[in-house]
Design a binder for this molecule. Structure first.
Ligand SMILES: CC(C)(COP(=O)(O)OP(=O)(O)OC[C@H]1O[C@@H](n2cnc3c(N)ncnc32)[C@H](O)[C@@H]1OP(=O)(O)O)[C@@H](O)C(=O)NCCC(=O)NCCS
Length: 176
């Protein structure tokens, strides 16, 4: 372990969080065999989780520009995402990390890998919507350089009143 890594590991032990070894994370294609685990993570993460049918439709639409990925960490699936690439634009439709793996910086690594994948597929700009109250997600996207471009009023259904969506985008032409 390099000196810097040892220092990071020490600071995380002090914070009570395990050290993060980002070299052990990798994306792989999601398959229908993963859907039980995906639906469990969805239910734990979203007030209005996607249904099995929605994921099945996305998996079936891969030829039409839908892409579904799992984030693997030492053989275990710890997150999933769905995005589209149409012409030179990508849209991040779902991005989710299992609760046990949140708060460690893992989503930053996951998002970086997803953006690289979008770029590989010809995207020059990525768009997304996020609930106004979703502070961890807005922090994550802000950290990655996304700008907040506008608001879509009452876009999300909720347990109570409908909630606004913040529209965000990022130029990902780097490396192309
Ligand atoms: C959005 C989501 C992916 C963010 O996950 P996350 O783990 O909070 O995000 P990050 O990887 O950026 O982690 C950042 C946190 O880890 C902490 N952290 C700990 N160790 C770290 C390290 N080595 N490197 C970076 N950050 C570290 C940071 O301080 C930060 O903590 P804070 O949130 O208390 O400020 C997650 O909340 C989620 O899956 N939510 C449910 C689904 C969802 O809402 N998706 C977005 C839809 S638009």
């Amino acid at each position: 372990m390099a000196a810097g890594d040892a220092e990071l590991a020490r600071s995380q032990i002090i914070l009570g969080r395990p050290a993060l070894n980002t070299s052990r994370q990798a994306l792989r294609r999601l398959s229908s065999a993963d859907l039980l685990a995906v639906l469990e993570t969805e239910a734990a993460c979203y007030p209005n989780p996607w249904s099995r049918k929605t994921f099945e439709d996305c998996l079936a639409a891969e030829a039409k520009g839908h892409h579904c990925y799992a984030l693997m960490c030492s053989e275990a699936m710890v997150g999933h995402c769905v995005f589209t690439v149409i012409a030179n634009e990508a849209e991040l439709l779902n991005f989710c990390l299992a609760p046990a793996h949140q708060g460690r910086g893992l989503a930053r690594e996951f998002l970086a890998q997803v953006l690289a994948e979008m770029n590989e597929r010809g995207s020059e700009r990525v768009f997304l919507e996020v609930r106004e109250s979703n502070a961890p997600a807005r922090r994550l996207y802000g950290f990655a350089g996304f700008s907040e471009d506008g608001v879509r009023r009452g876009y999300y259904a909720g347990p109570g009143e409908r909630e606004d969506a913040i529209l965000m985008s990022l130029n990902i032409t780097q490396g192309r």
